[in-house]
Design a protein around this ligand. Structure first.
Ligand SMILES: [Zn+2]
Ligand SMILES: [Zn+2]
Length: 865
């Protein structure tokens, strides 16, 4: 570490950031389980271990790190844990890719080991990236959802909710991906738009239109609207399904749209969600035409064994052949697809596990949480209101938390493990007791596994060191930070599970961030070639510039379009601040006297009052998670109030040996100290470096500033002082004078306000300044007459000079009032309008002055002094 006195001429972010990374210790950021301080626990999002941190992660972690650092400075005992959400399809698919296998090619346990190995490797890389970015993560509270210690808790939560009636298994239609061969939840269905063919065909004499002819063998009814008189004689009768020749009832339902196609629709189990509604409400048969691999079942007769698409083509061609296909037309369609592999989802009925959704519980808990920004609550409420099905939590995959359940091989009784024996894998472990029902010792372990959201939705309990039984002492947590893209999943499921398991909300507040878009305003993607990586940004401008970009990029909750300009602006601000610090430190160190406690000079009081207001503004912004507002206030103070105005005002005093120099030193020291503290959450490296040079100490050990220099009068009068000085500087500039050129005597009238600036204005403008609070006493003097030669020349020709002389000789009041004619050599000569303009000037005590006016002040410069 260099000595505090050495400030390099330019700020070398790469060197500084590397050095401070070495200085900070993991222990600096540990949560203290014994502390008496108020707690601030952040329920951080556990990323999926892909191996790479993208710019969206960087944005998220910057937001979290700002609040963590801020709260520590505010005296909170902060927990900023790091989790890893390991389970799930993407890793399984990656392992299949890497090893060139499918999950069924190797034993179950071997496949899972491959997934664990890949996950560990990826976590290692991402952990390294997080460390390089200097996030103040509490590594003593790291969690990995695939570890026994974590998934044992997931299993404990399953048992608890099963016991309390929240979890049940049932044969029920669910969304199913036939490529991934697993059920998925509604929140995991993605939607795409495409065009399909609507096929009109003769259904036993009735025209039916369908987009899914391959589901004909799954037809269980034909439905018409009760008011549709075209079908009066069919209601209550049966029709014969073409090709498959079996009878189905004709039912009436209000939900049928009589204007769509012929007004008669076929109900299949299941073409879409509406079919499920009809199937339930009319208590219809269940006919499964498609199996879990997407293959047509035995029900489909000669089409059995075909893939759905193949079957569709074959049935359409057979319909054509037999003459029952009447016509086809194109139809735009919104298709639900698998979030992971984009395969269109099927609705299949199968035995699955479900979590009961109780909307009232979720809504009242969600409303008890503070949402930042507030409107994100509406998104959660809307989603909750539209939930029609319970949450399907079973998956037919491998790399996930096992469902801790056995079934008795003899009597099919469900057997649950003792919570103290968790974690278990029912496909490997056996129950400790024989079946309570029949005494058998032969069991089948549940092979279904849990939805990954079952792991991550207990994160607030897991980080609070939940034992699976009693609500932890540090629960609920204080903050959940997350993206708006996972409100329907992570936020929704966490609230649902927390209320079910503890009866309480999971967090006091939730801060919802937006997404990062490419420079072109579109979602970043390889195909658009608009991807920016955090590495690239850090290489070029450093971590602190990235952090500033994230903080000012946009309001919390709104999407942020990436802009290199914002990054460059961030880097320029650091350069500017560095120059301010270098200059100020040089001045501060010249002073061996103890600086005055409360400075008396107007400029000092003005700056300290502005500084106090800035602290209040930044505090208020950070409390509301409005990072952009806070950083803008800091930049505005540093750049405008401090650098452009105050430093210019007091330079002369700092270069002097006046006693009032101490006040400027005190003010500068206070401003720098405060700015370092305000910047510490935003730019921890830069703030650490500046603060070390200022004090020799670490900024991460310091508290949040608490300034009490608010002085409304000093701010108001100081603003006037600042305007006066900048007006004089503007005048000098326009008059072509050097800024340090003497300006002579300047009288400044500020009627009703007496100003004592301690000589600052005079020193910084090199003028002799006289402040006066009385009304200005000015004499108006005619100083010149200007002529419009374009009129004088052509009108008077040879006599022009004589006419001008005569005009000049007129008395001032006549000139000002305007004359129609003058006497030249005894003859009256008419003067056209606009031929001349009298010029008046002002004088004080007979001396001519230049007058400048600004709001609240009149400046009289005695230029000939
Ligand atoms: Zn899929
Ligand atoms: Zn049994």
């Amino acid at each position: 570490m260099s000595s505090p006195e050495d400030l390099s001429k330019t700020y070398d972010y790469a060197e500084v950031e590397r050095r401070w990374l070495d200085q900070w210790r993991d222990e600096d950021f540990y949560f203290d389980w014994e502390s008496a301080k108020p707690q601030y626990v952040i329920d951080t999002p556990p990323p999926y271990p892909t191996g790479r941190l993208h710019i969206g992660h960087a944005l998220n972690w910057v937001y979290m790190d700002i609040v963590a650092r801020y709260k520590r400075m505010r005296g909170f005992n902060v927990m900023f844990p790091q989790g890893w959400d390991c389970h799930g399809l993407p890793t399984e698919v990656k392992v299949e890719e890497i090893h060139g296998i499918t999950k069924n090619d190797v034993p179950r346990e071997e496949f899972r080991q491959m997934c664990r190995d890949l996950t560990r490797e990826n976590i290692g890389m991402m952990r390294h990236s997080l460390r390089l970015m200097g996030f103040s993560v509490d590594w003593s509270n790291e969690y990995i959802t695939m570890d026994e210690s974590y998934f044992g808790l997931t299993q404990a939560s399953f048992l608890r909710m099963q016991k309390d009636g929240y979890i049940y298994q049932s044969e029920h239609p669910v969304n199913f991906c036939t490529r991934c061969e697993t059920a998925i939840a509604f929140a995991e269905v993605a939607y795409t738009e495409n065009t399909t063919l609507l096929n009109y065909f003769d259904f036993d004499g009735v025209e039916i239109a369908t987009t899914r002819p391959e589901l004909l063998a799954a037809c269980v009814a034909v439905a018409v609207h009760p008011g549709d008189s075209r079908y009066d004689d069919l209601k209550g009768k049966t029709l014969t399904v073409p090709i498959f020749s079996y009878p189905v009832p004709v039912i009436e339902d209000e939900a049928v749209d009589p204007s769509f196609g012929s007004g008669a629709v076929m109900i299949c189990t299941f073409g879409d969600k509406q079919d499920v509604v009809w199937w339930k409400s009319h208590n219809l048969d269940l006919r499964s035409a498609i199996d879990q691999k997407g293959v047509m079942t035995a029900l489909c007769g000669k089409y059995a064994g075909m893939k759905a698409k193949e079957c569709r083509d074959a049935i359409l061609s057979d319909m054509k052949g037999s003459g029952i296909l009447k016509r086809q037309e194109e139809l735009p369609q919104r298709v639900g697809t698998c979030w992971r592999c984009q395969t269109p989802i099927e609705i299949l009925s199968a035995r699955q596990w479900f979590v009961k959704v109780k909307p009232e519980e979720i809504i009242s808990s969600a409303k008890a949480i503070n949402w930042y920004p507030e409107h994100m609550l509406t998104r959660l409420l809307n989603w909750t209101h539209q939930m029609e099905w319970d949450w399907c939590i079973s998956r037919q995959r491998l790399f996930a938390t096992p469902i801790p359940v056995w079934f008795c091989a003899e009597c099919n009784e469900m057997i649950l493990p003792d919570p103290d024996d968790l974690p278990i894998d029912p496909t490997v472990d056996s129950p400790k007791q024989p079946c309570q029902n029949c005494g058998s010792r032969s069991f089948t372990g549940e092979t279904d596994v849990l939805d990954t959201w079952m792991d991550s939705s207990i994160s607030p309990l897991a980080i609070a060191q939940w034992d699976g039984k009693t609500t932890p002492a540090i629960y609920p947590t204080q903050l959940r930070p997350q993206g708006h893209d996972i409100i329907r999943t992570w936020a929704f499921y966490t609230i649902l599970r927390s209320v079910a398991l503890t009866g309480e909300k999971p967090w006091d507040g939730i801060m919802v961030n937006g997404m990062v878009l490419g420079e072109d305003g579109f979602k970043m993607s390889k195909s658009r070639n608009n991807v920016i990586t955090p590495d690239e940004l850090i290489d070029r401008y450093g971590v602190d510039a990235l952090r500033q970009w994230a903080a000012v990029g946009g309001a919390m909750g709104s999407d942020i379009t990436f802009s290199w300009n914002d990054v460059v602006a961030a880097s320029r601000f650091q350069t500017k601040m560095w120059n301010i610090v270098r200059f100020s430190l040089l001045q501060i160190r010249k002073d061996t006297r103890t600086p005055a406690e409360a400075p008396a000079e107007l400029a000092d009081r003005w700056l300290l009052s502005k500084l106090s207001a800035t602290v209040a503004e930044v505090t208020d912004a950070l409390d509301a998670y409005q990072y952009d507002r806070g950083l803008k206030a800091i930049r505005d103070f540093a750049w405008s109030s401090l650098a452009d105005n105050y430093l210019e005002l007091v330079k002369g005093r700092l270069y002097s040996d006046l006693p009032s120099r101490a006040g400027a030193v005190f003010t500068l020291k206070t401003a720098l100290d405060t700015l370092c503290r305000l910047l510490a959450p935003y730019t921890p490296f830069f703030a650490s470096e500046c603060y070390y040079h200022l004090s020799g100490d670490r900024i991460i050990d310091q508290g949040w500033p608490d300034l009490r220099f608010v002085d409304d009068e000093a701010e108001e009068i100081g603003d006037l002082l600042v305007s006066v000085v900048s007006e004089l500087r503007r005048y000098k500039h326009e008059a072509g004078l050097a800024l340090n050129a003497p300006l002579g005597h300047v009288t400044i009238y500020t009627p009703g306000i007496s100003i004592n600036d301690g000589g600052d204005a005079g020193r910084c403008t090199n003028a002799e300044i006289e402040w006066r609070s009385d009304e200005p006493q000015l004499d108006r003097v005619l100083s010149d007459v200007t002529f419009t030669m374009g009129i004088i020349g052509p009108t008077f020709r040879k006599e022009a000079n004589a006419v001008m002389q005569a005009i000049r000789a007129l008395p001032p009041d006549a000139l000002e009032a305007g004359v129609d004619s003058v006497l030249v050599n005894g003859s009256e000569i008419a003067i056209p309008e606009g031929a001349y303009t009298p010029v008046f000037s002002y004088a004080i005590g007979g001396e001519e002055v230049v007058l400048l006016t600004i709001p609240g002040a009149l400046l009289a410069i005695r230029t000939h002094a």
